[in-house]
Write a protein that binds this ligand. Structure first.
Ligand code: PLP
Length: 434
């Protein structure tokens, strides 16, 4: 969706948001005597009845292991499990067999990293040859990554002898595309970066980075953890080779995530985990593996979680991802403007000229993020504090932690205003006490 198209799409109305909130039982909770204002969806989102019911319905009517049994329940469960894969595939613009279930995005990144190092050890035979990495090869990531999209590449480099290079940030926290153009060279084999920063809330210029990678024939892995829940996502249109997401950030349950992999790559990638359910023939000395996606799904699968994640993406689709994106873009601006206007508050990346989701992290001069978070919790407002698994980004911006407010489709204007007023109140409170 271009910025112009996004501008033409109307955000959710207040009445629609109120209607949506009725679907989320947890939003009726009181915390410390106040109605819960949940502004921590960037960490994990809440679940509507449709998702809770799907998991319960599966458990109460057809619970059984998939792809194994000959009985009716197993057949029904297998059908539902594969339908769920198709729903998630449709949601991100992939073909069904290009979606691999994982337990979360972290496992999905590790799946790719371990598969590449297995290929580098000669696993996967001649077919996997194009995936081999070694001394002289380079992996490129960025200084703004969540640790889940950084440490697996550090480890992959250590296992294969490849070198890890990191695209630096400017003083505001934006990716330095000038530096990216120099760092991505003929030696680059993989470029891994986040679509939306989980600290800055900015939507990175995917096509610029993909363009640089394509020019040198490098693979691209997109961390879509903070984009898939909040923006229309089309992995084919973005032309990435891999994309990873976590179900619990997009109205689904914990314990389920997905890897999108371009079919031609999944077909030549050796497995990461091995064991039951991913083989055709096994002898005491060797095994032959199923084609993807089953090749990457060893062991008994997370069926109820997959079914519930499908209910989540159906729910999001019914509301409309373009409208959710418009709703949250408005909150992103409201948070950045409202918090920046408070004396002593520095919103990280406020000056970055990129579109945003409804997420802002900030540092309050002289007050630790944990104290800000505690003060807000006393008001029933849930935010995230700490480094948000992005220590290098915080270090680059000269701080060790920040407070993060993040919205979703069920967030109201009043909640966003409450967090802004709450931060102003925290400053008054701690300064008076100082
Ligand atoms: N990438 C980003 C941008 C994230 O925000 C997160 C979670 O916070 C992850 C990766 C890791 O997700 P998970 O812990 O669900 O694997």
């Amino acid at each position: 969706m271009s910025t112009i198209e996004a501008d033409l799409i109307s955000p959710l109305t207040e009445a629609e948001v109120q209607r949506i909130r009725e679907d989320f039982p947890i939003l009726r909770t009181e915390v410390n005597g106040h109605p819960l204002a949940y502004l921590d969806s960037g960490a994990t989102s809440q679940r509507p009845f449709a998702v809770l019911d799907a998991e319960r319905e599966f458990a109460t009517t057809m619970n059984s292991a998939v792809h194994r049994g000959a009985h009716t329940l197993a057949a029904e469960a297998t059908e539902l499990f594969e339908d769920a894969r198709a729903s998630v595939a449709r949601f991100v613009g992939a073909d069904d067999d290009e979606i691999v279930w994982t337990s979360n995005a972290t496992e999905a990144v590790n799946l790719v990293a371990y598969s590449l190092s297995n290929a580098s050890l000669g696993r996967g035979g001649a077919a996997a040859e194009p995936l081999r990495l070694g001394a002289g090869d380079e992996i490129v990531t960025t200084e703004m990554e969540h640790h889940a999209n950084l440490i697996p590449w550090q480890e992959l480099a250590a296992r294969t002898g490849a070198t890890l290079k990191v695209i630096p940030l400017d003083d505001e926290g934006a990716l330095r595309l000038d530096a990216a153009a120099e760092l991505i060279t003929a030696r680059t084999r993989l470029v891994a970066f986040t679509h939306v920063s989980n600290v800055l809330g900015v939507i990175n210029p995917v096509s610029d980075l993909v363009g640089l990678a394509r020019k040198v024939g490098a693979l691209v892995l997109l961390d879509a953890c903070q984009s898939a829940p909040h923006l229309p996502l089309d992995v084919k249109a973005l032309d990435v080779d891999f994309a990873v997401l976590s179900g619990h950030k997009m109205l689904g349950p914990t314990g389920i995530g997905a890897l999108y992999g371009r079919r031609s790559l999944l077909e030549i990638m050796p497995p990461f985990l091995t064991g039951g359910s991913m083989i055709t023939t096994v002898t005491t000395t060797a095994a032959e593996y199923l084609p993807p996606p089953q090749r990457f799904e060893a062991g008994t699968q997370r069926v109820s979680q997959a079914v519930a994640l499908a209910a989540a993406v159906d729910y999001l689709t019914a509301v409309g991802m373009p409208r959710i994106a418009a709703h949250e873009a408005a909150f992103g601006a409201r948070l950045v403007d409202g918090l920046s206007a408070i004396d002593g508050v520095r919103v990280l990346g406020a000056g970055i000229d990129l579109p945003r989701v409804g997420l802002a992290s900030f540092d309050v001069e002289g007050i630790h993020s944990h104290d800000v978070g505690q003060y807000l919790d006393d008001l029933g407002i849930a935010v995230r504090v700490g480094h948000h698994c992005a220590q290098p980004l915080h270090r680059r911006l000269g701080i060790t932690s920040s407070t993060r407010a993040s919205t979703y489709l069920y967030t109201t204007d009043a909640e966003v205003d409450a967090v802004i007023a709450g931060v102003a109140g925290a400053i008054d409170f701690f300064r008076r006490g100082a």
